[in-house]
Design a protein around this ligand. Structure first.
Ligand SMILES: Cc1ncc(COP(=O)(O)O)c(C=O)c1O
Length: 275
């Protein structure tokens, strides 16, 4: 994401992204001195509450726009964009604008969600950059390895601003092995699916609303400042993510863990909500 900003943005240019989108988009935009154009997200009563509104994003594009960042699925909301809507958006965006489809959580997506694999569009849209990471479903966050897939001319430009050895050899070996370990991926996805199901049952029982999630976390409306609940959970040894800095002060993003971790979270959260 940072390489895209370094390759395509300057202080004369603008980047478009959504409200409540992944925090790195504003950071890399600001670090370059470019201008962020933030599109209003979907309203709370939308099918994808607080998710990206592609019409609002398109309306933010002008002759200074060089990059659009889209997280699909998005962190921290968990919401996603469906195939037809995203394809229509790609067709409508001028070719001079780089569209980054950030698919960090792609591996968790279920077929029924109709959340597309954007690699299929690379042949048609030379301005498309699809980014993926080994930090999520592959469990290698500490190794700091990810990748982008794009047309050769765009890859060439990204390569020009990339440090020659930006990924170390151990991370590369691990990433290659991880790609082949389909059993591990399938196990992780199954644990995630079960964990999400348990957490949503808990929320329903407690009368808490949550956002639809295609990722490995759930954004839960906790009925009070999310940061308060975060601090109480922290006292009980459970780390969650307050998302007030994302403009969602009454939500808490809860990552799905192992079965034992999920059980501990539910105990602690029940305790905090009762207290
Ligand atoms: C939407 C999204 N994109 C990209 C990333 C980047 O992950 P990493 O820098 O660990 O590869 C994250 C991590 O939180 C994310 O949530």
């Amino acid at each position: 994401l940072e390489l895209v900003a370094r390759a395509f943005l300057t202080s004369e240019h603008e980047a478009v992204f959504s409200e409540h989108a992944f925090a790195v988009y504003p950071i890399v935009t600001q670090a370059i001195g470019a201008t962020a154009r933030i599109a209003k997200a979907n309203p709370p009563d939308h099918e994808m509450p607080y998710g990206h509104d592609l019409d609002a994003m398109r309306a933010r594009v002008n002759e200074r726009t060089r990059v659009i960042f889209i997280a699909n699925p998005n962190n921290p909301t968990g919401t996603w964009l469906k195939t037809a809507a995203l394809e229509g958006f790609l067709k409508a965006v001028p070719e001079s604008v780089i569209v980054v489809l950030d698919e960090a959580y792609f591996e968790y997506v279920e077929p029924a969600m109709d959340c597309p694999n954007a690699l299929r569009w690379l042949d048609r849209f030379p301005n498309l950059v699809v980014t993926r990471t080994f930090s999520k479903a592959y469990g290698l966050a500490g190794l700091r390895v990810g990748y982008a897939v794009s047309s050769p001319p765009v890859a060439d430009l990204l390569n020009r601003v990339r440090e020659p050895f930006n990924v170390n050899s151990l991370a590369l070996v691990a990433a290659t092995a991880a790609l082949e370990d389909e059993a591990h991926l399938a196990r992780g996805k199954a644990v995630n699916r079960d964990g999400l199901a348990r957490l949503t049952v808990f929320c329903r029982q407690r009368g808490l609303a949550w956002l639809p999630s295609a990722g490995n976390f759930l954004c839960v409306e906790v009925g009070r400042p999310g940061r308060e609940v975060f601090l109480e959970l922290l006292k009980r040894g459970v780390i969650t993510r307050p998302v007030d800095n994302y403009g969602l002060p009454r939500f808490l993003r809860i990552s799905i863990g192992t079965e034992a971790e999920n059980a501990r979270l539910l105990d602690a959260l029940g305790d905090v909500l009762d207290g």
